[in-house]
Design a protein. Structure first.
Length: 208
């Protein structure tokens, strides 16, 4: 199984990276969201555009992802209706695996980006969350537009979704996971096994 949305996730992440320092957000934007973007962005841009090695970039980015992306909330959403059907042990194991898969998807692409620039558009409400418009400009590539969805369900601002290329990260992944489980007789264990294989393959590739 492949984490199908990793490229969109990374593109969206990079669009958020410099947002706070490159534009002035509208006056009506939530203060918490603006401060979150500025803090998160200032830390990440220094890592992404740094000449340090890729392993060092991964080491530095990991705690920021864990702190500022609501990985548990994204993971629960991606499992869809099967979250409630899973046992507590399956839920625990799934979230642990999902954390590793998502972090791998982001950190594997860090070395592909240098010399990026960004602009931020409006911030609007998306249900209970804030939707941040962003555009990523990369050398010799067309601009990429997307929305970052920032939620507060965990008590403070955290990224809960990326909308780009006409689709939602978490919705696309939920469809992928649900289809996989359905093709395997509704077994959550089948998905867990697939995620384990994906992680093992990633580890083998990194070692070679």
């Amino acid at each position: 199984m492949k984490f199908l949305s990793s490229r969109r996730l990374v593109t969206g992440a990079l669009a958020l990276i410099c947002a706070g320092s490159l534009s002035v957000l509208p006056a009506y934007a939530a203060t918490g969201t603006r401060q979150f973007i500025e803090t998160f962005g200032t830390k990440l841009v220094a890592i992404v555009n740094s000449p340090i090695s890729l392993p060092e970039k991964k080491t530095r980015v990991l705690p920021l992802i864990q702190q500022d992306v609501d990985i548990d909330a994204i993971g629960r959403y991606c499992l869809g209706r099967y979250w409630k059907l899973a046992t507590p042990e399956q839920q625990k194991q799934y979230l642990e695996l999902f954390h590793e898969v998502l972090v791998n998807a982001i950190t594997d692409k860090l070395g592909d980006y240098r010399g990026v620039s960004f602009t931020i558009g409006s911030i609007s409400k998306s249900g209970d969350d804030d939707a941040v418009e962003a555009t990523l400009v990369r050398p010799q590539q067309p601009p990429a537009s997307m929305q970052w969805i920032v939620g507060y369900a965990s008590g403070g601002p955290k990224v809960v979704d990326v909308i780009g290329e006409g689709a939602s990260l978490r919705l696309t992944q939920r469809q992928d996971y649900s289809s996989y489980i359905a093709r395997n007789g509704g077994s959550v264990d089948a998905l867990l096994s697939a995620l384990k294989r994906q992680i093992a393959h990633h580890s083998d590739a990194a070692a070679n």
